[in-house]
Design a protein around this ligand. Structure first.
Ligand code: GLN
Length: 241
């Protein structure tokens, strides 16, 4: 049984991030794997163990709202991260898996620093639009970004990918997101998992390997999803300069 913790499912869940849970459920069902979705929000009891942790985006005010609770569960999340539990953190939660997010009021919202040294500072302009990120492992990853935060990586983490179309971590560089152990932090709403089956499979495979040692994961035929992904990459090539 794979336990999936859906972190701050009420407080941090915008631009269709719920689709990530739906995509995971769908793939797990097709694989015939048993799973349980554990919804976690402020004040809830944090589950004893977890095999996958998923977190979404949110407004600055929501990031502020979850701050104390996030610090309270920090030791548990850090322990899971150390154990190699795969996690996917989108936008607002990505920022809070880093060191801090400094809002436009100059207020610093402290992060978990699991993505060590990753810092985010709100800019004057929002970075909004469709985005394509290239990564050796995942190929072309498509999504949608909408954030004021400009994120800067440290040498301790690797970027999730390289931006082909769109902005990514910040307006000046070409990196997008961050990856450390099995933890992916990314600005890609979209939602990312239904649009990118390679990322969905990666999370499931990593969870199985982590829990059972090496697990004989049979790749599904993802042709329909991959064709949709390809189509979006082509469309964006034409529409974004
Ligand atoms: N509040 C953050 C920002 O604008 C995160 C936004 C989001 O999660 N989409 O940078």
């Amino acid at each position: 049984m794979l336990k999936i913790v859906w972190l701050y499912w009420k407080s941090m869940n915008i631009y269709g991030d719920y689709g990530n849970i739906l995509a995971l459920e769908k793939q797990l069902k097709i694989h015939g794997l048993k799973y349980q979705i554990i919804r976690y929000d402020i004040g809830d009891k944090f589950p004893k163990d977890a095999d996958i942790v998923i977190g979404g985006g949110g407004q600055d005010s929501s990031q502020n709202k979850i701050q104390d609770d996030l610090m309270a569960i920090a030791p548990k999340l850090i322990e899971l991260a150390k154990k190699g539990v795969p996690m996917l953190m989108i936008c607002g939660m990505y920022q809070l898996f880093g060191n801090y997010f400094e809002t436009s009021n100059g207020e610093k919202i402290k992060g978990l620093n699991i993505l060590e040294g990753v810092k985010t500072v709100a800019g004057d302009e929002r970075l909004i639009g469709n985005i394509v990120v290239k990564d050796d492992r995942f190929g072309d990853v498509v999504g949608y970004e909408n954030h004021s935060g400009q994120t800067y990586l440290s040498g301790k983490v690797k970027p999730f990918g390289k931006v082909k179309n769109g902005c990514g971590n910040n307006m000046t560089g070409s990196s997008e997101g961050a990856i450390y152990k099995n933890i992916i932090g990314t600005y890609l709403h979209g939602p990312i998992l239904p649009k990118n089956p390679n990322v969905t499979d990666y999370l499931i495979k990593a969870a199985l390997d982590n829990k059972y040692g090496t697990y004989d994961f049979i790749e599904l035929n993802n042709d329909i999803e991959l064709n949709a992904n390809k189509h979006m990459v082509e469309l964006l090539k034409k529409s974004i300069k």
